[in-house]
Design a protein around this ligand. Structure first.
Ligand code: GKR
Ligand code: MG
Length: 429
């Protein structure tokens, strides 16, 4: 099954003003949509990180993709990322977050599109190409953010604000309740690192009170805290959290948090999508006891098969596995769903930003993928189980072209909308 064409479409999707330790989300998030057309005319689709640099990286990879069999994924990966697939040409798409080679992001988009293409040609869902499903529904967690008023997009393209402002513990609780009412989520994560730790501890305690003892809660400040602050927050939330995600910068810092908590007699699982972002990072994280739970992400671990391998490795090493997310559309949600369906050792509900994306920006025929009772049903139809709405895709491209955002930049958005003197400081507290 020869790949006859590679079509790469940059798109922009409206994104609400969500706060994190890096600043503020811009009015549009960027994605790259990948189409592989097989020699028989069947198309497979993938989605990965966006922006101009990704487009350049795709252009550089075209010669390795077109003309190759869609089945030849390992050779393609070696051609794109070099003979040592984990060699870290560290490049970040956003201030000090998720460093990785652009080539690995390119591969992830192409791999998903190739598996979609193969699945459609053979008449089987992608999860069957990954070993077959072990679950029919994949649980996702509500992903709360501190948020300014506004629904994303700009001027005559502004979206309605479906969620409202959330800048206080009560605002966070109202957001959680609205998300649970709409999607039935059974677990909740708060993106922290936006306000002083005492306020964020208060928000978690109010959430626990409002949601009751049975809803697992997580907090993730994206390394905004020193080791001392991380330890203090963990102790304050000892009875409240299922895990604490990336409290402090660096592997050594995470290891120190672990050791200090152990000395206090607290066994709080530490999770990460920042210090372990590739297989090569795992040995050092074990040596330092820095991490108990890895948040896999096919967009940067090297595709769906890599996440599936990561599941096996986490099982062997006694680590938990969850899934990381950035702003994304339905292709990525379904890719995550297929790999999660085929990964027995998925020990936590997956993250997803998907509720933050507006119906008007989805590029799937039929609109947004439903999340019901906190889960996405694993499709049984061929490939990812999607069809692309080419008109919606063209609108996404137009937004990219007239939007003027070439790369994600949360710092400048924070300076533009909140405080011209704001700087990204890590750790801040
Ligand atoms: O989109 O603001 C955001 C998140 O902070 C994202 O960039 C992170 O990569 O969601 C992510 C995380 O769990 O660290
Ligand atoms: Mg995280």
């Amino acid at each position: 099954m020869r790949i006859a064409e590679l079509n790469v479409t940059p798109i922009a999707i409206a994104d609400p003003p969500l706060l994190n330790s890096n600043g503020l989300h811009q009015p549009y998030a960027l994605r790259t949509i990948v189409e592989l057309v097989g020699e028989d005319g069947i198309s497979g689709w993938g989605e990965c990180a966006g922006g101009r640099r990704m487009l350049d990286a795709f252009e550089g990879s075209r010669q390795h993709v077109v003309g190759r069999s869609a089945f030849e994924l390992t050779r393609l990966q070696l051609a794109l990322t070099g003979n040592a697939p984990d060699a870290t040409q560290h490049e970040t798409l956003m201030g000090r977050m998720n460093p990785l080679p652009a080539a690995r992001r390119v591969f992830s988009g192409v791999e998903v599109a190739a598996l979609h293409l193969i699945g459609k040609s053979l008449g089987v869902p992608v999860c069957d190409l990954l070993g077959g499903r072990v679950r029919d529904r994949v649980p996702f967690s509500a992903y709360l953010f501190y948020k300014l008023a506004g629904g994303g997009g700009e001027v005559d393209d502004a979206r309605d604000d479906e969620w409202g402002e959330a800048l206080t513990p009560d605002g966070v609780v109202a957001q959680a309740q609205a998300m649970i009412t709409r999607y039935g989520f059974g677990s909740v994560k708060l993106k922290a690192g936006a306000f002083p730790p005492d306020e964020e501890i208060a928000a978690m305690l109010v959430l626990r009170n409002a949601l009751g003892p049975d809803v697992p809660l997580r907090i993730d400040p994206n390394a905004a805290w020193t080791v001392d602050t991380s330890v203090a927050v963990a102790l304050a939330l000892a009875e409240t959290l299922e895990y604490l995600e990336d409290p402090t910068p660096g592997m050594a810092g995470m290891g120190e948090v672990h050791d200090r908590l152990a000395a206090e007699g607290l066994r709080m699982p530490l999770a990460t999508n920042m210090v372990v972002t590739a297989f090569d990072d795992i040995p050092e994280s074990l040596r330092l006891r820095a991490v108990d739970v890895i948040l896999g992400d096919h967009h940067y671990w090297g595709g769906l098969r890599a996440v599936s391998h990561l599941g096996t490795l986490c099982h062997t090493l006694g680590l938990g596995l969850s899934m990381h997310s950035n702003s994304h559309l339905g292709i990525s949600l379904l890719a995550m769903t297929h790999v999660a369906a085929a990964t027995p050792h998925l020990t936590y509900a997956c993250d997803t930003h998907y509720p933050w994306q507006h119906e008007a920006d989805e590029i799937l025929v039929g609109g947004k993928v439903p999340i019901v009772d906190g889960a996405v049903v694993v499709p049984s139809t061929p490939g990812l189980g999607i069809e692309i709405d080419r008109d919606a895709l063209a609108r996404g491209r137009e937004r990219f072209e007239r939007g003027g955002i070439a790369e994600r930049d949360d710092v400048s958005e924070m300076q533009r909308r909140v405080d011209p003197a704001w700087q990204h400081i890590q750790p801040r507290w």
